[in-house]
Design a protein around this ligand. Structure first.
Ligand SMILES: *[C@@H]1O[C@H](CO)[C@@H](O)[C@H](O)[C@H]1NC(C)=O
Ligand SMILES: *[C@@H]1O[C@H](CO)[C@@H](O)[C@H](O)[C@H]1NC(C)=O
Ligand SMILES: *[C@@H]1O[C@H](CO)[C@@H](O)[C@H](O)[C@H]1NC(C)=O
Ligand SMILES: *[C@@H]1O[C@H](CO)[C@@H](O)[C@H](O)[C@H]1NC(C)=O
Length: 478
């Protein structure tokens, strides 16, 4: 009897093991035109995504998530970290943005992200002294509100907070960056005391982007021909994700917490804006990563389940492009919630497109283009520059999807992007007489001349117009 129970357990575990448990996605909202939150939540459900990581705790997003059962990581942006150094403000945050959703049919909050990659070297230490006190205050306020057992505060950190020394360039030599090693030790001790996880963002794409000599196969999961050997342990690494993750495991071990749970807060591959940011590579990356996660293989130093949040759900056309043009193209789905490539969120390797957003409302089928009859072209460059300053022209750059356009095509692309951001306002397609509206789709090859989704405001306008229309009709009939 005992052994048959044991067998049943094995079978059950085997069945469970075929699903990607804990697979989550990041839902960023830095877009000029956002899909309605309810549409996005439906999309998550349609694809069986059970966890979502946010970058704030926006009320409309949270109400759309209410009752869905989806596990949520809410976040405190970096510019709020200073405020959270005041315990009263932290209590207030927990009351307004966490406790308020803690009811039957509310939001299933699991984590509060305190800051977002606050120790990036490009921030020049701005948040180095603000992050730990904010983390302490938020967790202590959660504990005080009796939520601390089920909701943990954590700090999503970028992978450049740890590294291996130049003379021992392998994972087992991993240590926290020397300039932040004190604060990292304090953070790790505090997380451990509260049974909270460490959160890290790992980007194999950035390894490739930053270095033309990077062995490209090492960015993916289908086997690098020459594994990189850890000289101290003899472990062979065939992909940079494992190597990077194990560098963190070693850094944690060095400060005495080698067993601390680790969440991968962001991992993904962009599809445009760089020569390595392509749909083919994104497909290869995700279709290697997801089955691996589903197999619960883990990494050499940390076998087993890893909790992972993919980055990201949707393209965001208003993100800063300081890190690179690819920043606006991280979506597994396009700006309008339509899938870009086949990907199986369950990790069973089914080669099919994920389910896109349903009933998306678009603006009319109109584009803005360069006016071929324009005589004076002296202001063309200025006008293109203006259009691209207030819209997203990142697809025009070298190695990107619209880099094949000729000069007129470039101008049309820029003018159209601006026109769409401005909700097709006719005034936004003039550009000193250089532009005109067209009903002809100028998309060619990989280059998509987009139609934006209808903004909330334009939906209201069309509703009012139809109401006015009905009123006029009624008057006419009387
Ligand atoms: C908390 O929620 C309020 C109300 O929705 C919002 O205005 C505020 O920005 C949120 N605070 C933070 C730190 O996200
Ligand atoms: C960091 O310092 C560099 C060089 O001094 C400067 O260009 C950059 O704007 C600074 N960044 C921030 C976020 O302060
Ligand atoms: C952080 O605090 C340390 C120690 O008090 C101080 O030396 C350092 O200048 C501070 N850094 C910033 C960026 O304020
Ligand atoms: C189109 O614009 C891109 C990005 O600004 C530029 O690299 C390319 O050379 C332009 N093409 C032509 C034909 O002007």
């Amino acid at each position: 009897m005992g052994s048959s129970w044991f067998l049943m357990w094995i079978l059950l575990l085997g069945l469970l093991g075929t699903r990607v448990y804990g697979l989550g996605v990041n839902w960023g909202t830095q877009a000029t035109h956002k899909l309605p939150p309810k549409t996005v939540v439906q999309m998550l459900k349609d694809n069986g995504v059970q966890k979502v990581k946010l970058f704030d705790s926006d009320r409309t997003t949270m109400s759309a998530l209410a009752g869905s059962g989806i596990e949520v990581m809410v976040a405190i942006p970096n510019d709020q970290l200073a405020a959270m150094n005041d315990y009263k403000r932290a209590q207030d945050f927990v009351k307004r943005n966490v406790s308020i959703y803690n009811f039957n049919g509310g939001v299933n909050i699991k984590y509060v992200a305190v800051g977002n990659e606050p120790f990036l070297t490009s921030y020049n230490g701005t948040f180095v002294n603000l992050t730990f006190p904010a983390l302490q205050n938020i967790q202590n306020a959660l504990n005080e509100a009796d939520l601390g057992d089920s909701i943990k505060a954590t700090v999503p950190l970028n992978a450049d907070i740890y590294n291996s020394p130049d003379d021992q360039p392998y994972p087992s030599a991993g240590r926290f960056r020397t300039d932040i090693s004190d604060v990292m030790t304090q953070i790790v001790q505090f997380l451990n005391k509260n049974n909270a996880p460490f959160t890290v963002n790992i980007y194999p794409f950035l390894s490739l982007y930053g270095n033309d000599n990077f062995p490209i196969n090492y960015a993916f999961f289908d086997g690098a021909s020459q594994p990189i050997v850890d000289k101290a342990t003899g472990i062979q690494y065939t992909n940079v994700f494992d190597a990077n993750f194990d560098t963190l495991v070693s850094a944690l071990k060095a400060v005495g917490f080698g067993q601390m749970p680790i969440i991968v807060g962001e991992v993904g591959w962009p599809t445009d804006g760089d020569k390595s940011a392509t749909i083919d590579y994104a497909y290869r990356f995700y279709n290697g990563l997801l089955p691996r996660l589903a197999s619960n293989r883990g990494t050499p130093l940390r076998p087993g389940f890893i909790e992972v949040y993919l980055f990201g759900l949707l393209d965001e056309d208003a993100k800063s492009i300081a890190p690179g043009n690819f920043e606006r193209h991280w979506g597994i789905f396009r700006y309008d919630g339509q899938p870009k490539f086949a990907l199986d969120f369950t990790g069973q390797g089914q080669n099919k497109l994920p389910v896109g957003a349903q009933n998306v409302q678009y603006q009319p089928s109109k584009w803005c283009m360069f006016n071929p009859n324009a005589k004076d072209l002296s202001k063309l460059a200025d006008n293109i520059n203006y259009a691209c300053t207030f819209s997203d022209c990142t697809a025009l750059g070298y190695g990107s999807s619209c880099n094949v356009l000729d000069a007129n095509g470039n101008a049309s692309y820029a003018f159209n992007m601006y026109f769409q951001v401005q909700n097709q306002d006719p005034m936004a397609c003039n550009f000193q007489g250089l532009a005109m509206v067209t009903s002809q789709n100028l998309s060619q090859g990989t280059c998509n001349f987009m139609i934006q989704i209808a903004s909330a405001a334009s939906l209201v306008r069309s509703l009012l117009l139809s109401l006015a229309f009905v009123t006029v009709l009624t008057l006419f009939m009387l």
